[in-house]
Design a binder for this molecule. Structure first.
Ligand SMILES: Nc1ncnc2c1ncn2[C@@H]1O[C@H](COP(=O)(O)OP(=O)(O)OP(=O)(O)O)[C@@H](O)[C@H]1O
Ligand SMILES: [Mg+2]
Length: 428
């Protein structure tokens, strides 16, 4: 029986910051939108507050609340221009926190952006490696009940990021994925396509923290940025001008010696008055991404550098997988895009590994020489949406359709079918 329907599967990677959506088989997502919903509060409040007797008005207000909402950039601009719209960010730190807003978000993704009938397409969605089975059940319920999809696969984002290498000649399904997005950062070891769950490490520092740190540095230097715009300016400054340096002290010196070469200028318009303003961008260019390598400059709550977290993650994995894991450290997520991020990670991690080898050889009085450990941090051009791309590749294989939960299975067994996730056996 040929299970593969003629229409391509829909692939949606909902991130804490941005949603990447499109169709399987494509190289790029059709849309990358902020994961935010703006709901018209006046209709919502009306439908809540009207008395039961006035059911028609209550019903109408409810219907209007269901229709009058926006997502993505449209939501942001609506909330700026009108105070009746309230913003809701349905995903926090990689987990869905507001299911009502999430359902609205998917509704617009499907009907207004991708413009497809969900009954005609299989769906591939993504989840964080720490998502609970209950949350996966909710997703299944919404997809099968509200959207009536014929089939659904919920892929673990790190595994999908590894699969992004599938189209290149050597697809390794063993490796460590370092996924640093907007609201979550995970280091996930994968062996033969299976996540080594007990060795997953989470880091409480991600893209949003870099933005907050850049915002703070600019504010402390007394830069002339209007407060209501300062977070957005900091985000843009971060994405356009930040880079990873090899040594902070040297970098300070470089900036001081040749300011003209390193200082950038930002020009903007004050949202309230429309007056133009400008400001300088200095040390924050390299201090922003430095919080991954020297987190104590950002705060005292978490002080383990990212390369140490990666090393700990690999050291806690089964001993026979460690060499292959060090050999294939794959970057994924927008916050790994800083210039030279992979070089710094590779250098710092190699230092940690080499020091351990030297120490263990010294302990054995040099009687046994160990094989050098190959450390390889892989950087690739589609890092920004590696998870989505991996989903697009997997969802265009025939195996995908056999790995999906189907509507018929859902109707027979209920949402509990979504608790487990079959891996594509054929692929690995
Ligand atoms: N060129 C760039 N340089 C640095 N950071 C960038 C760049 N482009 C995007 N970012 C940052 O990457 C983050 C978004 O990345 P991504 O889309 O992977 O996150 P997400 O999937 O929404 O979040 P998460 O995976 O944490 O739930 C944002 O913080 C954004 O500012
Ligand atoms: Mg993500």
């Amino acid at each position: 029986m040929d299970l593969s329907p003629s229409r391509p599967a829909v692939v949606i990677d909902n991130g804490s910051g941005y949603t990447k959506m499109g169709f399987a088989g494509n190289v790029e997502p059709c849309f990358i939108l902020p994961t935010v919903v703006a709901v018209n509060e006046s209709f919502l409040n009306q439908s809540r507050n009207l008395s039961k007797g006035n059911w028609l008005a209550q019903h109408n207000a409810g219907v209007m609340a269901d229709l009058d909402f926006f997502i993505g950039d449209e939501a942001l601009s609506k909330s700026r221009s009108s105070s009746t719209y309230n913003l809701s960010y349905p995903i926090q730190h990689g987990q869905v926190e507001n299911w009502d807003a999430m359902e609205r978000y998917w509704q617009q993704c499907i009907f207004n952006y991708l413009r497809c009938d969900p009954e005609d397409h299989y769906f591939l969605l993504t989840e964080s490696p720490l998502t609970s089975p209950e949350s996966r059940e909710y997703t299944g319920e919404i997809m099968f009940e509200t959207f009536n999809v014929p089939g659904l696969y919920i892929g673990v984002n790190s595994v999908l990021a590894l699969a992004a290498g599938y189209t290149t000649s050597k697809c390794e399904m063993t490796g460590v994925v370092v996924d640093v997005g907007d609201g979550a950062a995970h280091v996930v070891p994968v062996a033969d396509g299976y996540v080594i769950g007990s060795s997953i490490k989470s880091i409480p520092i991600s893209g949003k923290d870099v933005t907050l740190f850049v915002q703070k540095l600019m504010r402390e230097r007394g830069e002339n940025v209007p407060p209501e715009d300062s977070f957005e300016v900091a985000r843009k400054v971060k994405e356009m001008y930040c880079y990873t340096c090899s040594d902070i002290v040297k970098e300070f010196n470089k900036h001081d010696k040749e300011p003209a070469k390193y200082i950038k200028h930002w020009r903007g318009i004050k949202p309230k008055t429309g007056a133009p303003y400008s400001c300088d961008i200095g040390y924050e260019r390299f201090l922003g991404p430095e919080i991954f390598f020297n987190p104590e400059i950002y705060g005292s709550d978490f002080t383990t550098p990212l390369p140490v977290v990666i090393d700990k993650c690999i050291q806690s994995a089964p001993i026979d997988t460690r060499r292959s894991l060090y050999k294939n450290i794959v970057l994924s997520g927008g916050s790994t895009m800083f210039k030279d991020f992979h070089k710094r990670l590779q250098r710092d991690l190699k230092k940690i590994v080499d020091t351990r080898v030297i120490l263990s050889e010294a302990r054995l009085n040099g009687e046994i020489r160990s094989q050098p450990v190959e450390v390889n941090v892989v950087s690739h051009p589609i890092q920004r949406f590696a998870v989505w791309f991996g989903g697009s590749v997997l969802a265009s294989t025939p195996e995908f359709f056999t790995a999906c939960h189907t509507k018929a299975e859902y109707e027979e067994h209920g949402a509990s079918i979504c608790r487990t996730n079959p891996v594509f056996k054929g692929m690995y």
